[in-house]
Structure formats: C-alpha cells, structure tokens
Design a protein around this ligand. Sequence first.
Ligand SMILES: [Mn+2]
Length: 438
Amino acid sequence: MDALASVVAAQLLFPESIGVLPQSLNPNVRSFISLHRDLFAFSRSSEIDVRRVTRLIVVDTHQWSRLDGLQQLKEKKDLELLLFDHHHGDTDLNPTWEYRDSVGANITLMLRQLKDTQTKLAPIHASLFLAGLYEDTGNLTFSSTTPEDARAAALLFESGADLKILSAFVTPAYSKKQKDLLFDMLRTANRLTLNDWVVSINQLRVTEHIDNLAILVQMVRQVLNVDAAFGLFLLDNDRCLIIGRSTTDDINVGAIMRCMGGGGHPGAGAAMIKAVNPGVLVAWIRILISGESRVAGQVQDLMTVPVFTLMPETPMETALQALRNRGIHGAPVVDGDRLLGIISMRDRRRLKKPGQYRHAVKTFMSQPVHTISPDKSPAAAAHRMVKHDIGRLPVVAEGKLVGILTRSDAMGHFYGLCPLDGHLGPVMTNPVYKNAAP
Ligand SMILES: [Mn+2]
C-alpha cells in the first residue's frame, strides 16, 4: 500500500511519468486498484517501451531485483534514475539523485516533496496515502515510526483522508505465502531464556519472495509473548536475512544488527549476511544478546557490600530494631555461609500477637529466597523483583552471599541512564511498584 501510494505521489510530482506497479500485488492493493481504476492510471512493465525511457523514478525500494520487468533499463546508458526510499541498506541502483531517510513509511518522504512543491491533494489521494502510511507504520505503532510520520498523517487528515476508505484497505491482507510462513514460524520457533529474557529464534529457508517478513517476526513475538524474536531467513541467493524485534531495552536489536553488519533501532532491526552455517548465526545472536546486557552494567557494580545479615535465632523485636537503626527495609537470614531466608519490615504483618515479637526470625522469614548472580544486568534484576513483587535480591556467587541489590539500587541505575530523570520519576515508580514493600 505504501508503494502504491508512493507511485501515485511520484505521478503527482512528475506529471509526465507513467506509473508502473510490480506484477504481484498484495490482495488489498489489488482490490484498491480495481475499485479506483477510473481515477488512477497504471501500466504494466510489458507495455513500456524501454528504449524511450529517459528517466526512471524508483519508490519504496532500492533493489533492481524488485523492479519486475524493468531489468532491461539496467543496461541503458544515460538513464536518469531518481530514488525515493525509506529502507536501510546499500542500493545497487546507482541513482543519479537519491532521497532516502529512515522514516516509517515512504509516503512520508514523498509528502515532504509534495509539500515543497505545494501540490494540492485530493481527498482520494489523502486517503490512499494515509492507508500506505498506516500499513507501513502499523497505525503509527511500529518502532520505526517517526514524529514526521505522525505529522504526515495529520496533514493527510487535513487534506480530507476518508477513514471509511482506509478501514476497508488497511486491514492487513496477509497473503497465503505469508500465512503459511507464519504458521511454520510459530510451530518451529526455538524458545530460549537468555539473561532472564525469553527470546524466540526461527531458522527458515525461503525460496521465493515474500512480502514484509518483518511483520511476521513481529507477529511471532506477539503470539509467543516473548521479550524478543529473531528470524533467520535463508534466501536463495546464498544469503541470510536476519530480522529482530524486541520489547525490552535490555535486548537492543539495533546494536546487535550493527555488530552483524546491518542496522536498526533498539526495538527493530535487520541484517543481511552471506550465508554461513545458520547454527553459527544463532550462536552469534546468543552471544550478542548476553553481551548487550553487560554493556548496561552488571549487578556487581550496583550491589551493596558488605551485607547486613541476621541470624535465624535472633528475636523479631531485635531484628526489626536493627533494621530500623540501619535505615534499611530488609536483610538476609544466614547461618554461616548458608542463605536461609530473608526478612523485611513487611513481614511484621505476620506477627498477630505482641508475644510473637520475642519469637525467632526464622519463624517469620520468607523462603525460598529469590537471588541473582553478580554478572546479571540491572534490568534482569529489576525484572525479577517485579515478577516476584520483592524489594531486594541477595546476590549469590558459587553458593555464597556476596552482596545485596535493592530496588533503589536498580532504579538509581535506570534513572542515571534516563535523561528526563526527575520528570519521569513518579510516573515510572508508581504503577510498577504500587504493591511492593516500601
Ligand atoms: Mn514502505
């Protein structure tokens, strides 16, 4: 839909041009065209006399292989080639002039030009353009969406875009090939737990062109409800396309893809690699995910040492007084090196009668204790605290208590990373930790 919108926009920018579409079209694009046949004029590539073409305008792609039936133009000398594209990656088109930028939809780039030339848009144009914009940005929800895409959407609304037309054509009309591949991916996904995050990895051979593999990876991530999903697509030309989607900053897909020669954002990215053994690529991704978390610091850099501990036989009143004196909310209960449990101010609610204040700590402590190892990331620690609704994690290495990490240690780290520190503070703490111990 974005490509169709971009071709129409190119025809507005270059009125002397002829619009040519790929031979295979998504079902929603096909039905849009057949309903609006009188309004838009397109030609088939077979109807074009390539000898008479002096200028080629390419939109929404930067590969010759995607220009069905126009390959002959590749050999043509003096061909002026203008490129408008929002995809990342090297182009083999050798354009005379290129207009490329990382925006969510190509139509956003085209609208920049249309605005510059003060072209007036008819409502049907605005509707088609908005359909393309919505489809490529997932209704402005994909992480590739930029503020400019949202402004472009506003402009299209102002130009009379009709939401009724949109709803009929934006519905993601997944092709049979896409659906088959999606079902395959859901069946064969390999689920791994890496640094406390659940990640799915798919390896598939893809023998024909399939549109928008990225949306399939995105759907696999949603349906399997994993923190990140990676798809390794082995293509016919001896290459492997790797696509990643992540919902956690702790797995920075863009950084991982850059290590693999590609690019992207923290939430989404891709890389194209000369086919090596896919097993090697999976191992590489695992190493990069583990390594990525380490970049953000480790638990051992944030934990408190030495740890104030309590003995199992200490009476509750003595223990609570000791915590109050130190201004802390909880402490591990140990017997020598052995971690037996954890006691926190919150455990007071287990004391029903005044006499119980003389009972031993071991009667009221929480166990088993959730712990973390010193080489984990702060995000993994925070994840564990939220999951178990606890305020502190004893740090254990080789069975020994080496430190303690509190929620404020972990949050202090995140606020340190967060440029809007003070502003985001209350917003971030309240909803997540509403029910946790003080
Ligand atoms: Mn596009």
